[in-house]
Design a protein around this ligand. Structure first.
Ligand code: 5GP
Length: 212
């Protein structure tokens, strides 16, 4: 037996897709996770939306013009992309693929149309839907953010209802009534996913094949 066949080698990383309506707190949960689980890698999306106050290019998003975004799509640089309330959002492909190959887990924080596209390419990904405690609470959160116009609030609320209808395509649903609790649930899911027999078993085959 050689030393590298009797060790359970690090597998390819797990792709976690976190979706849920705008205002549900995906960003806040991700920020909390980034602090408590620095080993989890966050994919920074590209968008044509205007930066909000305090948002930093390359940290919150890669802010792109429509032309730049279009050429990223044409060059097949996007893992997925979607139009959401009048703006385009997409996940740069190379970063995600390279990070997963290096064995690290990657989290995408994206809306539902994009998540469903990712599911076609990565059916082995872990799809988590974050829910608000109620629709009223969701509206309160969007309004109190103070960043959206009345029209954008109305659009975001009606998209939210459509998005919740698509929850059946997800593996897990978490109600975000407390940020840290929601983050801890995501960590527990990830830990359990790493222990799934189908992820661990292929490695054991090396051992079984070596023992005569
Ligand atoms: P916001 O304008 O509030 O930052 O984001 C609007 C919506 O776009 C949110 O639901 C957010 O999760 C989603 N979003 C952010 N990045 C991406 C992305 O790369 N792809 C897709 N499909 N949606 C994204």
């Amino acid at each position: 037996m050689t030393s590298n066949t009797n060790t359970l080698e690090r597998e390819k990383g797990i792709l976690i897709v976190l979706s849920g309506p705008s205002g549900v707190g995906k960003g806040t949960v991700c920020t909390s996770l980034r602090k408590s689980s620095p080993e989890l890698i966050y994919s920074v999306s590209a968008t044509t939306r205007t930066p909000r106050q305090g948002e930093v290019d390359g940290v919150n998003y890669f802010f792109k013009s429509h032309e730049q975004f279009k050429s990223m799509i044409e060059n097949d640089d996007m893992l997925e992309w979607a139009e959401y309330v009048g703006n385009f959002y997409g996940t740069p492909r190379q970063f995600v693929e390279e990070t997963l190959r290096s064995g690290k887990d990657v989290i995408l924080e994206i809306e539902v149309q994009g998540a469903l596209k990712v599911k076609q390419k990565f059916p082995e990904g872990v799809f988590i839907f974050l829910l608000p405690p109620s629709l009223n609470e969701l509206e309160n959160r969007i309004v109190s953010r103070g960043t959206e116009t009345d029209e954008s609030i109305r659009s975001r609320m009606s998209v939210a209802v459509e998005e919740m209808r698509l929850m059946e395509h997800y593996d897990y649903a978490i109600v975000n009534d407390h940020v840290e609790t929601a983050g801890n649930k995501i960590k527990s899911i990830l830990e359990a996913e790493h222990c799934k027999r189908e992820r661990v078993f292929p490695k054991l085959m090396h051992w079984i094949g070596e023992v005569k």
